[in-house]
Design a protein around this ligand. Structure first.
Ligand code: UN1
Length: 510
């Protein structure tokens, strides 16, 4: 596909118009910190950043809001989130434009990201009437034993560039109905996305008459994030990003006995069994491995294909890769947009070199594209590399579209390979053999938090809990009962017997 790239002026004009349409007062945020678009590498924003000194004040304001918000009945809290969903639907295209410009996502995926926000809002509205506790039989006569869920406090959210708005919204929609305000430190690469998304929520807050400090955004670099992580006023710190970031965040939160929810790197594989429908597997693999230019935490990075089908899988994936339209993410038909920046490109090149040094064979892709159009943007053709074994480079998450292919003979060998990496986020098996699928999903199967059958590793729906094990951090966000992380569970024993029998038959007569 030959394509031209938009100019920086054009992108900046479009970004500013979209941000204003969402309600951002750009004049009041104007400043020195330049934001670049991966689409052409040019500057598209100039904003003032917060400093670490602002954090304390923001957390205090959030705490004040919490004191008022925690006594608002949960279904009334849900009404705010319902209004937010309406505004997101109204401004879906504006927010998606910002996601494309700042994160480089193709339009369909950028719209999908905003849809994910609307979906979690709908989920949270329903949840606002379903924050269920339980009652249990008490062992003592005339006693009732029960569990209820209370608001927790201020939630700090740290999010990455690749899902610049959806990940925050998973946290925020759920936190709000649970009775918690949010202070958000977005990626410094996506400040306009953050300001626009927050502006829409601010409108919903104003329309429903609640405290503005229910949602606050901290623009800035690591020092600002670190101050948020370390602040004792933050009851729950939910962080999505690299394992390196999680390694820094986790101990800091633990040191002050805060609660953390970590959503870190993935290194996701698909097993392709002898019975797999190869048309379906190819489509599933190519979307998960090359989509979003390989920059999802759920991106498929490894294929483990049975020796009877591995040649055909490689051939089909390679053919698809050679034809993938790479280019301007907002142009019709583009399926692969840019990498974030030059550092991502260097990591891409270094990983390919390490893989070939370990005996890997590049079957298709790996070239840099559109260099003439913009030397400051980093477009690459996704690469598929046939590997002789699971080399060291395959144990790391390289945030770029690199797909390594291995072959296996026996399902248990495939599962062992799937599980032999430090991360444990997502996994898939392509098979028509029900027993194989069940084994993969069972106790001796994949050790990941997401275990799929006949779909790829990425693109999870919000209804399920999202997260994974080992170096992925163990947190669960989004649907199912992930909401419990945002609340304080209390156990209550009520005695209506007029006596004071002690549990476990203990006697203590005075
Ligand atoms: C991420 O990359 O941080 O399952 C989140 C998916 C998306 C979320 C990815 N729903 O691919």
């Amino acid at each position: 596909m030959t394509t031209t790239l938009p100019t920086a002026d054009d992108l900046r004009t479009r970004a500013e118009a979209a941000a204003r349409a969402c309600g951002v007062d750009l004049a009041s945020r104007e400043g020195e910190m330049e934001g670049r678009s991966p689409v052409n590498g040019g500057v598209v924003s100039g904003l003032s950043w917060n400093t670490a000194a602002d954090v304390r004040e923001m957390v205090d304001a959030a705490h004040e809001a919490y004191l008022r918000w925690r006594v608002v009945p949960a279904p009334v809290r849900g009404a705010l989130v319902r209004r937010w969903a309406e505004l997101l639907a109204e401004h879906k295209a504006d927010l998606a434009t910002l996601v494309s410009i700042e994160a480089g996502k193709v339009t369909s995926e950028a719209l999908g990201e905003v849809q994910e926000m609307i979906d979690i809002c709908e989920f949270a509205v329903g949840l606002s009437r379903q924050l269920y506790g339980r009652t249990m039989p008490s062992e003592r006569p005339g006693h009732r034993l029960m569990e209820t869920w209370q608001p927790l406090g201020v939630v700090g959210v740290i999010s990455a560039f690749n899902f610049p708005v959806a990940v925050w919204s998973w946290n925020t929609a759920v936190a709000l109905v649970c009775g918690d305000p949010v202070v958000w430190k977005p990626s410094e690469r996506t400040p306009l996305c953050a300001l626009a998304a927050d502006a829409l929520l601010q409108r919903a807050i104003a329309d429903t008459g609640h405290p503005a400090a229910l949602s606050q955004v901290l623009l800035g670099a690591h020092d600002v994030g670190r101050a948020l992580v370390a602040d004792p006023g933050v009851a729950l710190l939910s962080a999505t990003g690299s394992t390196g970031m999680g390694r820094a965040v986790g101990p800091l939160v633990a040191e002050r006995f805060g609660r953390s929810l970590l959503e870190l790197g993935g290194n996701n594989a698909a097993v392709v069994a002898p019975s797999a429908d190869l048309d379906l597997a190819t489509r599933g693999i190519v979307f998960a491995a090359a989509g979003t230019a390989g920059q999802r935490c759920t991106t498929m990075r490894r294929v483990i294909a049975h020796s009877s089908v591995v040649d055909e899988v490689v051939e089909r994936v390679a053919a698809a890769y050679r034809a993938l339209p790479v280019g301007d993410p907002m142009a019709d038909g583009t399926l692969v947009g840019p990498l974030l920046d030059g550092r991502s490109y260097e990591a891409f090149v270094a990983a390919i070199e390490a893989a070939t040094a370990a005996g890997g064979e590049v079957v298709a892709g790996g070239e840099r594209e559109l260099v003439e159009e913009s030397g400051d943007a980093y477009y690459v053709r996704p690469v598929v590399i046939r590997m002789p074994r699971q080399a060291q480079v395959m144990h790391a998450e390289t945030f770029a579209p690199i797909l390594y292919v291995l072959s296996y003979e026996d399902l248990h060998e495939a599962i062992a390979l799937n599980n032999a990496v430090p991360q444990g986020l997502s996994s898939s098996i392509f098979t028509q053999d029900q027993a194989e699928a069940e084994i993969f999903c069972g106790p001796e199967g994949s050790d990941c938090g997401i275990v799929n059958v006949n779909i790829g590793t990425s693109g999870a729906e919000i209804g399920g809990a999202f997260g994974g094990e080992k170096e992925t951090g163990g947190g669960r966000e989004s649907g199912s009962d992930a909401w419990r992380a945002y609340m304080r569970g209390i156990t209550t024993t009520v005695n209506y017997s007029g006596e004071l029998p002690l549990a476990q038959g203990v006697r203590f007569e005075i």
